[in-house]
Design a protein around this ligand. Structure first.
Ligand code: ZN
Length: 263
């Protein structure tokens, strides 16, 4: 199984990335270690260099960036041989209301889209409360586009799928009825799984189901970890009436193909 979006080097994870990386060796086929700003990207790059099952995707968060997207772009160009994806990048209208700042986000997003085209790398899109605007900016692209942590409408999901793009289902599927509806309609051929770790811990869900003992001992239950996508796979299997194995196999194949992983 492959977690396509985990911030293993998130500054406030409160967990040793090496410890998580080692645990992933036993549990995961691969993990895409995502970053959202320069410092995090640098750490992610170094971590992935040491672990053959970890692969870096670098980007610049529309709302939580450090003011220097150009530094991230420079690093991506320099390390293009080992970086497997561009992102997360995109638009965030949830946290950013100011029209001028939204225009800036569009400019930065458009620069990263061009970079992804130039380097022929898949684009990992952050689109919180700006899903239609993001789709508008990527819909003509002839390359893999993943809508990470998708939380938009059903109608737009249909448009995204028609375009041949991918929808990434986060562990939030365990808690959100709306997301379960989306997961049910997205064909396995166009789905990837992600945790968005350290966020979106499944512990609340597992507690209500009396399954809290399934959380891995020795790790903070309030944080999320790549191996927790297994719980999402179980939920999606239940929704689609297929086996858990099939969900994990198809989503793994997709991730390998999208990011061109050499395992
Ligand atoms: Zn993220």
């Amino acid at each position: 199984m492959i977690d396509t979006h985990a911030h293993l080097c998130f500054p406030d994870y409160g967990e040793d990335p090496e410890k998580i990386a080692k645990e992933c060796e036993h549990e995961m086929t691969a993990v895409i270690v995502t970053s959202a700003r320069y410092d995090e990207g640098l750490l992610a790059f170094k971590l992935c260099a040491k672990h053959p099952h970890l692969f870096p995707s670098m980007g610049y968060h529309p709302a939580e960036g450090d003011g220097h997207p150009e530094k991230v772009m420079e690093m991506i160009r320099k390390e293009k041989g080992s970086i497997v994806g561009i992102g997360e990048v995109g638009l965030d209208y949830h946290w950013v209301r100011d029209p001028q700042k939204r225009e800036q986000q569009k400019k930065v997003f458009s620069d990263f889209i061009k970079l992804a085209e130039e380097l022929n790398k898949p684009l990992v899109v952050h689109s919180w409360d700006a899903e239609p605007e993001c789709f508008g900016m990527v819909k003509t692209l002839q390359m893999p586009v993943i809508f990470h942590c998708y939380s938009g409408s059903r109608e737009l999901a249909e448009e995204i799928l028609k375009q041949g793009f991918y929808i990434s289902i986060s562990t939030h599927v365990l808690l959100s009825k709306q997301l379960r509806k989306i997961a049910k309609m997205v064909p396995l051929e166009q789905m990837t799984l992600e945790t968005d770790a350290p966020f979106l811990s499944p512990s609340k869900y597992l507690e209500t189901k009396g399954m809290a003992d399934r959380l891995k001992p020795g790790f903070d239950p309030n944080k999320n970890y790549p191996w927790n996508i297994r719980f999402s796979a179980e939920k999606i299997a239940e929704l689609k009436k297929v086996s858990v194995q099939e969900v994990l196999q198809k989503t793994t194949e997709n991730a390998v193909k999208i990011f061109g992983l050499r395992l």
